[in-house]
Ligand binder design. Structure first.
Ligand code: GLU
Length: 507
């Protein structure tokens, strides 16, 4: 068997939707599982939709996810170029070959003529307004015009496209690795343009030619491409390459959490979560948020994406990339769409934060602190804090909320939590505590706790009733890890300072 080669073939038109990342991921998993190559091909033949910076952004997203390609525009292998715009000259000959064999034709219709065909069909009450076998002979193309006229038009380079001549009443069969045998009728498909007037191929031609030339063996793509499959299968056949046609897998859609249909960027905006892997800075619309910036670990992000459409047949939900490579199989990809659930996505991230060691979390947490103007001079202290609060953090950004008080005294103390049960005895207890703490030599957690409890007993107060005010003094509110852990990390001086400060507010 020839070497497995798969490709992720995005169009550089904007942010990378999580469905796109999942397609890339399944490609990657399949390639790695089978010791194959994962190719990145940039499908930029639609110049009107091209967006500056989008290619680099896609590559950055794949790198962040840890699923970089083996071959691509920035790391070319032997099958380049990897941008379709740079392969422009390849396609025309292939399209001409189809014209010669009678499977395609030149069409010289002007945009106005196409428009009037649409109007005419609409006026006839047809809702299926397509350029197809029913009307192609009435249009201006090499099938309807005398040969000399066609040649004359070509000679003067009259603007034209090349269209596939879709056969009438044929059924096209192929085997989808997820959906099994698929049969589709050609009648519903129009005579798709293969070469555009600007000399660029369309997606339909380019995808077939490139999959062939790049020796792609398996082709994973979104379900939305299924209606185009008959065109592609016919092209493989017309070129005489049928035996090399890749095995297809049309991946189920990622659905919106409510209602039906594909999860869109608008759903994310409406429901308050990102749909892009990383923040996309759109040249026109500005910044669109991403999972990375929200505080997702890439391990969690790819894990949750993998599980939106696949499982290993057990109840297991947490998988590392290596484990996924090991366990991945096409048979276990579902054929139905999976609803995206943001709460579940956050659950994955929480699990991954808990599972990750301090070394893994440190750079990201440090960055978030520094971006919020909290300088980290003591990494050792940061490590202890991470270990202490990671259980409480669902997103990396939560480390800021859960941990900034270790570095900065709280700007506000929520005394309202404490005031209702505050009395002179408690006040006296904390005055004593300051004195006792200032005498402690070793600022050890056991001593801190022991001293606290001993004083409470002497004052005949329940430690439980004193712990909440103590916490509020140290962190500003009713949250955070164990209060003695906090005091131990804050250090003696800072702990005393914070008790004093709150006592002054309580007067
Ligand atoms: N360029 C197509 C896209 O943007 C790729 C479809 C395919 O993989 O065949 O999704």
């Amino acid at each position: 068997m020839s070497k497995v080669r798969v490709r992720f073939a995005p169009s550089p038109t904007g942010g990378l939707h999580l469905g796109g990342v999942r397609t890339a991921l399944y490609n990657y998993l399949f390639a790695k599982k089978n010791n194959g190559d994962f190719v990145l091909r940039i499908e930029d033949t639609d110049q009107t939709r091209y967006v500056e910076g989008a290619e680099q952004y896609i590559i950055d997203c794949l790198n962040w996810c840890g699923i970089s390609s083996d071959e691509g525009p920035q790391n070319p292998g032997e099958y380049g170029p990897y941008r379709q715009s740079e392969r422009k000259n390849i396609y025309r000959d292939y399209a001409e070959q189809l014209v010669k064999s009678g499977h395609a034709y030149y069409a010289f219709d002007t945009p106005e003529e196409i428009e009037s065909l649409r109007d005419k069909l609409k006026a006839e009450g047809k809702y299926n307004v397509q350029y197809n076998y029913q009307n192609r002979t009435e249009m201006r193309n090499s099938l309807s015009l005398p040969e000399e006229e066609t040649q004359a038009l070509l000679k003067i380079n009259f603007p034209h496209v090349i269209r596939i001549k879709m056969p009438r009443n044929e059924s096209v069969h192929f085997k989808d690795m997820i959906r099994g045998d698929i049969e589709m009728q050609t009648d519903g498909v129009d005579d798709k343009v293969l070469m555009k007037a600007d000399g660029m191929p369309t997606y339909h031609l380019a995808v077939v030619v490139d999959d062939y030339l790049m020796e792609i063996t398996h082709s994973f793509r979104g379900e939305e491409w299924l209606p185009s499959a008959p065109v592609h299968v016919l092209l493989w056949k017309y070129f005489g390459w049928e035996s090399q046609m890749p095995h297809w897998a049309h991946l189920p859609l990622i659905l919106k959490p409510d209602g039906n249909g594909k999860l869109s960027k608008r759903d994310g905006e409406r429901l308050g979560f990102p749909v892009f892997a990383m923040e996309w800075n759109d040249p026109v619309k500005g910044k669109v948020p991403g999972f990375k910036e929200l505080g997702f670990l890439p391990e969690a992000f790819i894990n949750l994406l993998a599980l939106l459409g696949w499982n290993d047949g057990t109840e297991q939900e947490i998988f590392s990339l290596e484990e996924m490579v090991e366990k991945f199989s096409i048979e276990r990809i579902h054929s139905h769409g999976a609803k995206f659930d943001f709460e579940k996505a956050k659950w994955f991230n929480h699990e991954w934060i808990k599972k990750s060691n301090v070394e893994r979390l440190r750079p990201g947490v440090k960055k978030i602190f520094e971006e919020n103007h909290i300088a980290i001079n003591d990494e050792n202290k940061l490590d202890k804090i991470i270990e202490l609060i990671k259980e409480r953090c669902t997103l990396l950004t939560d480390f800021l909320q859960q941990g900034s008080f270790f570095f900065l005294a709280p700007s506000e103390i929520d005394t309202s939590v404490v005031l209702p049960k505050w009395n002179e005895n408690k006040n006296q207890f904390f005055v004593e505590l300051i004195r006792a703490y200032s005498l402690i030599n070793s600022w050890d957690i056991n001593d801190i706790e022991h001293t606290f409890k001993e004083l409470a007993a002497a004052a005949r107060l329940k430690p439980g009733e004193l712990m909440l005010p103590f916490r509020v003094m140290l962190v500003g509110g009713k949250f955070g890890p164990g209060v003695f852990d906090i005091a131990s990390l804050l250090g003696k001086e800072e702990t005393i300072k914070r008790i004093e400060h709150t006592l002054s507010l309580m007067k």
